[in-house]
Ligand binder design. Structure first.
Ligand code: PEP
Ligand code: CO
Length: 448
């Protein structure tokens, strides 16, 4: 079927809310259609160029952020701390791993959540599931769980304000490499990571001093004080994505202007359904999450549909199989894909295949997360494939949601600062620790 901005409506679609009032929904959608795009086609093209380097094995992709952003936790401090931890991780990867890092946040639009079950039960009371702040409210009461289209407008403005601050931070001085010392978040000082990070920043300072003496400084080399940070989210709520999809006046190409990059989740990636159809028509770089049941043929079919012209830097395959299953399933997938000549980026999401429950808390073990990443790199290296990126759920805050790491969060400590409205995130310490570990793997990856 021919693609049009609304032709996805002719396909089976999963994980969509049923709004009680059609007129309210239409009013919101026509308002969204008139609002300015959140990102510009030119920025998306820049990201695509950077991702071409990843696809050629010359850069690494770091994608991370909240499982779900919320209206309640929206504020400058959270945005700043997320920006900082992403940048700190990127510096570690760039410096220790020896390669440029493309930074994409799960931010400024990561609001809609796919759910395994349509209902949630607490103490014998059953209610419709929470589907993310763009759809309904987290509070466990009947009224809060009714989908409200006006939440899309709130999500839009929150995304706009978040993007505004991110753009300011990226170009306005906070990302100056001379500041790396100061980026040590307060609570890092207590542990061994603080020292590891401080040693690295010392070396960076020495390198900067040397360069300065050679005449290379922030005045004549803006890349020493500016970064590019891009936004992404799961393109789940299709009426919202449709309303923000625009024709670029310069090129005539179609872009989903709700974020620079969009991905399709594990639950909505069926080939003949609405999500794949919709995203096959936009020019943005795309991701697809792949669980343990995927095989090479499925990936090839998805690639033909989402990237029919086999463009470099366009399609990111994000595996999320779980620490054990990846060791068994991925080698044969890579081995088959290698001979297909497809331009794909391969990333690892070590979060979603490693979720467990401890009491009432959903959690993830740091060791399992690191194990899946190691397995991913080792399999890629032995199959001669480039391990192109990681996809993480993390926060710049000192939460206690994942077990383990140098900060030693135990099962009993989970309740201390368990703040997520959806999946458990790495805290800033755990995220930075992971970055040092990935940097070592990356070095090996690039030496191959
Ligand atoms: C997510 O990234 O938050 C998510 C729901 O992932 P997946 O589609 O891989 O389950
Ligand atoms: Co999640």
């Amino acid at each position: 079927m021919k693609w049009d901005i609304n032709s996805w409506r002719n396909y089976p679609v999963k994980q969509q809310p049923i709004y009680p009032n059609r007129k309210d929904l239409d009013k919101v959608l026509s308002k969204l259609q008139k609002l300015p795009p959140l990102v510009f086609a030119g920025e998306v093209k820049e990201l695509k160029k950077a991702l071409v380097k990843v696809s050629q094995g010359e850069a690494f992709l770091l994608q991370g952020g909240d499982c779900a952003e919320s209206f309640k936790n929206f504020g400058a401090v959270n945005i700043r701390d997320m920006f900082k931890i992403l940048l700190q991780m990127a510096i570690v990867l760039t410096f220790a791993g020896g390669c440029p890092v493309v930074k994409i946040g799960r931010i400024a639009g990561q609001f809609a959540k796919p759910r395994t079950s349509d209902f949630e039960e607490i103490d014998g009371v059953q209610l419709p599931s929470y589907r993310g702040d763009i759809i309904n409210d987290f509070k466990f009461e009947q009224k809060s769980r009714i989908p409200d289209p006006n939440r899309m407008i709130e999500a839009y403005y929150q995304s706009a304000a978040t993007l505004n601050l991110l753009r300011g931070f990226a170009k306005g001085g906070l990302a100056d490499l001379h500041e790396v010392h100061r980026w040590n978040l307060r609570f890092l000082k207590k542990n061994k990571l603080h020292k590891q990070y401080a040693d690295m920043s010392e070396k960076i300072s020495q390198a900067l001093n040397f360069m300065e003496a050679c005449g290379i400084n922030t005045q004549n080399t803006p890349s020493l004080k500016e970064v590019s940070i891009y936004t992404s989210h799961e393109a789940l709520l299709l009426p919202y994505e449709e309303a923000l999809t625009r024709v670029d006046s310069l090129s005539g190409e179609i872009y989903d202007c709700s974020a620079h990059m969009l991905w399709i989740g594990e639950r909505t990636r069926a080939l003949d359904e609405a999500h794949v159809h919709f995203l096959s028509g936009v020019k943005n770089p795309l991701g697809v999450k792949m669980g343990a049941n995927i095989n090479a043929e499925d990936i090839i079919a998805l690639a033909n549909s989402l990237n029919p012209n086999n463009e470099e830097g366009k399609l990111n395959i994000i595996f999320r199989m779980g620490a054990e299953k990846i060791a068994h399933n991925l080698p044969k997938i890579f081995s088959k894909l290698k001979s297909e000549g497809l331009n794909l980026i391969y990333s690892i999401d070590p979060m979603h295949g490693n979720t467990t429950k401890v009491g009432n808390y959903k959690t993830r073990e740091f060791d399992k997360i690191t194990q899946e990443i190691k397995n991913f790199f080792e399999i890629a290296i032995s199959e001669g494939v480039y391990a192109g990126g990681v996809h993480l759920e993390m926060t710049g805050q000192n939460v206690t949601e994942c077990i383990g790491g140098a900060c030693n969060i135990t099962m009993r400590k989970l309740n201390k600062r368990y703040k997520t409205q959806c999946d458990p995130r790495l805290n800033a310490d755990q995220a930075l620790e992971l970055a040092f570990l990935i940097a070592d793997l990356l070095k090996r990856n690039r030496e191959c």
